[in-house]
Design a protein around this ligand. Sequence first.
Ligand code: E4P
Length: 217
Amino acid sequence: MKFFIDTANLDQIREAQNLGVLDGVTTNPSLMAKEGITGRKNILQHYIDICDIVDGDVSAEVIAVDFEGMVNEGEELAALHSQIVVKLPMIKEGIKAAKYFSDKGIRTNVTLVFSAGQALLAAKAGATYVSPFIGRLDDISTDGLGLIAEIRQIYDNYGYETQILAASVRHTMHVIDCAKIGADVMTGPLSSIEGLLKHPLTDIGLAKFLEDYKKGN
Ligand code: E4P
């Protein structure tokens, strides 16, 4: 499973990249705003800065909600850097744009997906990634991981190549459960990745090894 980090914070992206297990980055307008990145010029530069840190795919979201606007913005984003993936909202115009970009060989990530039907449409439009938001579903007492399993089954039934990018991951158990189900990618905060490192028996065992070494040296 690929690990993407879900942030526009350059320090956190660097930290995840330095760990050696990072495969990409996802951003959205809220994450950019959280870092204080505003204005078209600054936003575009920030995407380039992120691409310069990581080796993998970087999702950059369009703001337009009409087909023509999405195409214009998406082409501008894709031209910024070879690692950019154009992120499109799961609306009618977004699906049309995903098909347009797919035909042109430009990679896309269809975002704000909350149902299996939406994921089926994204695959039919040739999206590179589909982003079901599991945390936001869990927030409203709906089974986010269940949606990942449904999409996995549908994509496997027909051999769709669209990659399931489990988004809105909130914690380490989401990461493990997504891996068990067979999501192709997960995107989450740095804490959800670093949480995988932790086990008290590892810490206790290491402390004992070091203590025993010191006794003999
Ligand atoms: C990533 O592509 C999504 O925009 C992100 O995972 C949403 O996460 P949130 O529900 O924590 O805002």
